[in-house]
Design a protein around this ligand. Structure first.
Ligand code: BGC
Length: 256
């Protein structure tokens, strides 16, 4: 129960890594606002699971690509919980396409959700923290090993994650006077809906697993544990860092 009484918003938490993070932080004692875009029923069920743990939770719909919706989401989360202590920027998308074929609308959507959404969610959160008048707060971004590693045929995704790395580094300095720490988690290949195609392609899957020293895909719990650490007092002096959670993939990487 390292997060007793903490008030948290996790974006994109109706499924995948975000859902696991929301539940894990609630198990540590936090009250958690769940956010969904297109599956209200999944958002509601995640929220209900959190309430069943005895924590407060509401599911709020918002598209992270839309800055007005992002601002409303953060404000509504703070209203529901009487403030916010921790923001987990988890929502993310990827589109598979050769660079030569990338469509402008796909580029715009990937950059909007993965980078612009994080930028303005964090801005709203930091303004709230400033207005609350007490120093402190945590921003934890779910980035990717591809904030550093090339990932051919996912160039907008890599550009967004590379951008997220520098956003995090900048904000670790700029938000330090408010007592807010800012860190990234860089998951490798995790068993989630974003990897649905890969999970159903045995040849690609075994080629990928062969590149992972720990010889398995990651589980959402592997990522949630890292978030719980960065959210806790144990990480009070950690800011501006990327915590890689990839089973060793980064140092053993070859083109997939
Ligand atoms: C991507 C996955 C990919 C993994 C490892 C993640 O960021 O979302 O599609 O399998 O990186 O390359």
């Amino acid at each position: 129960m390292k997060l007793q009484g903490r008030r948290v918003l996790v974006t994109g938490s109706s499924q995948g890594i975000g859902r696991e993070v929301a539940l894990r932080l609630a198990q540590e004692g936090a009250d958690v606002i769940v956010n969904y875009r297109s599956h209200p029923e999944e958002g509601e069920s995640a929220s209900a699971e959190i309430r069943a743990l005895g924590r407060r939770s509401v599911a709020v719909g918002a598209d992270l690509a839309n800055v007005a919706e992002v601002r409303t989401l953060v404000e509504r989360a703070a209203q529901e919980l009487g403030g916010l202590d921790i923001l987990v920027n988890n929502a993310g998308i990827e589109v598979h396409d050769a660079f030569l074929d990338v469509r402008e609308e796909d580029y715009d959507r990937v950059l909007a959700v993965n980078l612009k959404g994080v930028f303005f969610a964090t801005q709203s959160f930091a303004r709230l923290r400033r207005n609350a008048g007490q120093p402190g707060g945590r921003v934890i971004n779910i980035s990717s090993v591809h904030e550093d590693l090339p990932f051919p045929n996912f160039t907008p995704y890599c550009a967004s994650k590379g951008g997220l790395k520098m956003l995090m580094r900048n904000l670790s300095i700029e938000l330090a006077p408010l007592g807010i720490t800012v860190n990234n988690i860089a998951p490798g290949a995790i068993e989630t809906p974003i990897n649905a195609k890969l999970l159903h392609d045995p040849a690609k899957l075994s080629a990928l697993v062969a590149n992972i020293p720990l010889a398995r895909l990651g589980k959402t719990q592997d990522v949630a544990g890292a978030v719980a650490f960065l959210a806790s007092e144990d990480a009070a002096y950690v800011t501006g860092a990327t915590l890689v959670v990839d089973g060793g993939l980064t140092w053993n990487y070859s083109e997939q």
